[in-house]
Design a protein around this ligand. Structure first.
Ligand code: SAH
Length: 369
């Protein structure tokens, strides 16, 4: 079957370097253009731009998957997945296998946990192809169980039923399971906790605290407000044999940081890894106030020589805005901080230069002097 044709308006050629096409970029779509279907994208002069999946419902109506004249078929999915898997060949353990646009698979995220692959579809086109994607994944990896973890917000926007659970039964968890984007940072930052008291704020399953305790931290307090995450943290600390030195606190991080400060507690390593406070551009100012408040409080809790790893996973918070916010927080706390390193997402979450949305996690590793 020949795919429908989506013709771009004159001068709207950004799609040559960025896979997103918005309704405002589109001159017209031929009759066969169906929701979730494949379209061939051409420029105003009729020259091929690429091929992608179409959905007339959201403003972001097409995401390109290829820039050459190739069919989007079972073999295509196999080739793409094989390339994504090969790019992570040097990583052991749990890893992100597919990072959407950055792996030329816009609309899909896949994480691997040993025999289980967690599949998140973000577009109608990809949601309709879950079974095809799973088959291609098995062709590349062998027999893996596939667990679906769609994002309900994206599903509503795109108009599909979000899947949660084994390819055919229910389950739960945040995102695609673990926050694998922090895996490299946990390995790097954990050892900085050796011989020190650690505070893991927005701990989820206490990954940072586990790494620090395994590296010889004297104690760790983990702050988390979600019941499922708290249970996961307790299990994770026990499984790693470090539960005796750890305390998991069911608390709102904002309140608990204030309480710890009032109690005069001090820490040698603090990790601040909040959820995205700014989900859209409009929420930026309020988000920065929230980030500043927790950073100010965390800085006050640092002992001299203590280290703070502070993050934002909001794409809308720029590096500059993030650094300025932490600088203001340090000034308000009257603290001088040395920048040990900038921090970013793990290497299995690659970044495309022309698709800035592929980079979202930013952080600073700071030492109080
Ligand atoms: N650091 C974690 C990932 C953190 S994700 C890791 O390495 O795996 C952010 C976490 O913050 C989520 O688990 C969420 O449940 C929790 N959270 C969100 N708002 C919170 C709040 N106000 N107080 C405490 N925890 C909160």
């Amino acid at each position: 079957m020949t795919p429908a044709v989506l013709r771009l308006k004159r001068g709207r050629d950004r799609a040559r370097v960025h896979p997103w096409i918005f309704k405002g970029d589109v001159a017209d779509v031929s009759d066969q253009g169906e929701p979730g279907g494949v379209v061939t994208v051409v420029d105003a002069g009729g020259r091929l731009v690429g091929r992608g999946l179409f959905n007339p419902r959201p403003a972001l109506c097409c995401r390109l998957l290829t820039w050459t004249d190739e069919a989007i078929d079972a073999d295509f999915w196999r080739r793409r997945l094989a390339a994504a898997v090969a790019a992570r060949a040097n990583r052991d353990g749990a890893a992100r296998l597919v990072w959407s646009e950055a792996d030329a698979l816009a609309g899909v995220v896949i994480d691997r946990y040993g025999p289980v692959a967690v599949l998140q579809t973000v577009t109608l086109g990809m949601a309709r192809r879950r079974a095809e994607l799973a088959a291609a994944l098995r062709a590349v990896l062998g027999d893996v169980a596939v667990f679906c973890a769609d994002d309900p917000t994206a599903a509503t926007l795109e108009g599909f039923e979000p899947a949660a659970g084994w390819l055919d039964a229910p389950g739960r968890g945040h995102k695609t399971g673990l926050y694998l984007d922090q895996a490299d940072n946990r390995v790097r930052i954990g050892p900085l906790g050796a011989g020190r008291a650690v505070l893991d704020v927005f701990a989820y399953t206490a990954g940072f605290a586990c790494h620090a305790l395994l590296a010889g931290a004297t104690s760790a307090i983990c702050i988390e407000s979600s019941k499922d995450a708290l249970a996961g943290a307790v299990d994770n600390l026990a499984l790693n044999g470090v539960a005796a030195r750890a305390e998991v606190r069911d608390a709102n991080a904002f309140d608990e940081l204030r309480r710890l400060d009032r109690a005069g507690e001090r820490f040698g390593l603090i990790v601040l890894d909040p959820p995205p406070f700014a989900r859209g551009r409009g929420a930026l100012e309020g988000a920065l106030r929230g980030y500043k408040e927790i950073n100010l409080r965390a800085i006050r809790l640092l002992e001299p020589g203590g280290v703070l790893a502070t993050f934002s996973c909001s794409h809308h918070v720029s590096d500059d805005a993030f650094e300025r916010m932490v600088r203001d927080a340090a000034a308000d706390a009257g603290a001088r901080l040395r920048v040990l390193a900038p921090l970013t997402q793990s290497a299995d979450h690659p970044v495309l230069l022309t698709v800035p949305e592929t980079r979202y996690l930013k952080g600073l590793l700071l030492e109080r002097i």
